[in-house]
Design a binder for this molecule. Structure first.
Ligand SMILES: [Zn+2]
Length: 303
């Protein structure tokens, strides 16, 4: 896909006014949370330009003693490649970058460096200035920021990636799920991530949240998306279990139509509404098939 340096502020759709939602094209949403003590940037988008736009929107609130804090929900490129504005030689507004203790190693991987090099070659106008800057205030387990008027709880929600965190703001019953839930479904990077991802979905759905915002879903879908994602995985699990019971081998080769074998078309696993049908074909075909392969693998190897 091609990327854009544009970032837009989304009109408040009924959530608390202290949360600003930023959108980078069709790719990702990031957030600015304004509390009495801190202004929090939740993720730094894809590069210094887009992170700089977030900083510009945050700057008017950096008054009355408020400090800037940066949070990385996880180390995927669309969430943290603007970090360099806040630490290291490239910093324009030094601030702690809070992230999982597992994240820095992900920046150091050869695959991550190769990915950056490839993106810089493909889209230099977007990625040429990116300098890898891992988070520097590293957390494991739950971490709580007391903003004065708002508490921000950082909750480990692994699955999509090992280092993934979601946010819960109890005073305003608001969850920022990051990539723990997505429309049409979140994807685990590795098979072992699947049970973790489902546990994380259950953990978020159990919170008494009235507002739920996501990085990769329309701001209008609300809390229901958590339940729809849970139902999706339950649906493909049921079909996979039935197929295994019929004698299907769990290791299905890539050239086989796994959707037909398991009898689990995308449409049967998601709600029957426009929003779920009007998505890129990938999610109905190869992406959905990947989820089924991972589910089969997991069911065959559980316990
Ligand atoms: Zn993402």
């Amino acid at each position: 896909m091609s990327h854009t340096n544009e970032l837009e502020l989304i009109e408040n759709g009924g959530w608390d006014e202290r949360i600003l939602v930023c959108r980078n094209g069709q790719l990702v949403q990031t957030f600015i949370i304004i509390t009495q003590r801190f202004v929090l940037l939740v993720d730094t988008v894809i590069n210094p330009q887009t992170a700089g736009q977030m900083l510009a929107w945050a700057e008017p609130y950096l008054a009355e003693g408020r400090q800037l804090l940066v949070i990385n929900t996880h180390a995927d490129y669309d969430h943290c490649w603007g970090n360099q504005l806040f630490a290291g030689e490239t910093a324009v507004h030094p601030a702690p970058i809070i992230g999982s203790h597992l994240s820095p190693a992900m920046f150091a991987q050869d695959e991550a460096k190769a990915y950056l090099a490839r993106m810089q070659e493909l889209e230099p106008e977007i990625f040429s200035d990116v300098v890898f800057t891992p988070p520097n205030l590293l957390i494991r387990d739950k971490f709580v920021i007391d903003g004065g008027d708002l508490t921000v709880e950082l909750l480990p929600t692994p699955g999509h990636t090992d280092d993934h965190y979601s946010l819960y703001l109890p005073e305003i019953q608001t969850v920022l799920a990051a990539d723990a839930a997505e429309l049409p479904y979140p994807a685990a990077r590795v098979p072992e991530g699947l049970p973790q991802m489902r546990a994380s979905l259950a953990k978020l759905a159990a919170l008494p949240a009235e507002t739920v915002l996501y990085c990769h879903a329309p701001v209008t879908v609300g809390r229901q998306l958590l339940l729809d994602n849970i139902a999706y995985f339950n649906a493909i699990e049921a079909q996979c279990r039935a197929a295994l019971a019929r004698g299907l081998s769990p290791e299905v080769s890539e050239d086989v139509d796994v959707l037909a074998l398991v009898d689990c078309a995308y449409e049967t696993a998601v709600p029957d509404t426009e929003q779920w049908h009007n998505i890129h074909d990938y999610y109905k075909t190869a992406g959905h098939a990947d989820q089924i392969r991972v589910m089969l693998h997991w069911l065959a190897h559980e316990n």
